[in-house]
Design a binder for this molecule. Sequence first.
Ligand SMILES: NC(=O)c1ccc[n+]([C@@H]2O[C@H](COP(=O)([O-])OP(=O)(O)OC[C@H]3O[C@@H](n4cnc5c(N)ncnc54)[C@H](OP(=O)(O)O)[C@@H]3O)[C@@H](O)[C@H]2O)c1
Length: 250
Amino acid sequence: MGQLDGKTALVTGGTAGIGLGVAKRFVREGATVYITGRRKQELDAALEAIGTGAVGVQSDVSKLTDLDALFTIIKERSGRLDVLFANAGVASLAALADVTEEEYERTFDINVKGMFFTMQKALPLLPDGATVILTSSVNASQGIPSMSVYNATKAAARNFARSWAAELAGRGIRVNSISPGPIETPGLLGLAGDDVDARRELKENFARSIPLGRTGNVDEVASAAVFLASDQSSFTTGAELFVDGGLAQV
Ligand SMILES: NC(=O)c1ccc[n+]([C@@H]2O[C@H](COP(=O)([O-])OP(=O)(O)OC[C@H]3O[C@@H](n4cnc5c(N)ncnc54)[C@H](OP(=O)(O)O)[C@@H]3O)[C@@H](O)[C@H]2O)c1
């Protein structure tokens, strides 16, 4: 028996990194999982890696027309959405003085507007008792330099979880956030560019600052996501579950 047997789930940004790890685990736990991403090639590769149990929809969370098309497909094929993992997000490094309007808008459009309208448009498909998980970050509660725009978007995600948990509690819909620390994904390593040595150095620097002495992996986030998606967390809502090796805790 899987912990998500018979459930229908959506993982936005499910073609790489944390989202792909979570989608794989949700399928293993018995769910039918819709995954989204903007790039077709990565979407196809992810579907291949997951195997049966996943449905791919090419979709950009920052475009409301894409979201409408996505939820029309889910409604027609499945009729409901038991688990929403709103995860699509982007990060970049820039000092306060160097942030451009374009980069500010891109980051807020995907991480904040994208998450907000994913939730709003998912709402008619969520049955009473559905579960929603929002990917925030340790950066939501830390002042990490050269990431102020990203940090603020993740603080918004953290508050969305509180606000929507309050608003939807009457229907038994639970909304929680997961705040990962540094997790080895294409997105994290991409902060160091393409150079192999720079990527190793980035990982080592993170590892030195983390109490458990290493970066995390996507399976460790997937375990937290299954907990929050399933009845195992039936009395937990509005919470923030850190998966950060102690980075923001001690
Ligand atoms: N890795 C970490 O250390 C870490 C720590 C804390 C929080 N997080 C958060 O965890 C989430 C996933 O991060 P990750 O490291 O796994 O990133 P990643 O490796 O870069 O993967 C990001 C995924 O999101 C998709 N995506 C990006 N923009 C999108 C958009 N506009 N619409 C739909 N899909 C989009 C990407 O596909 P396409 O590019 O093809 O669209 C990809 O599938 C993000 O919200 C991130 O802020 C990550």
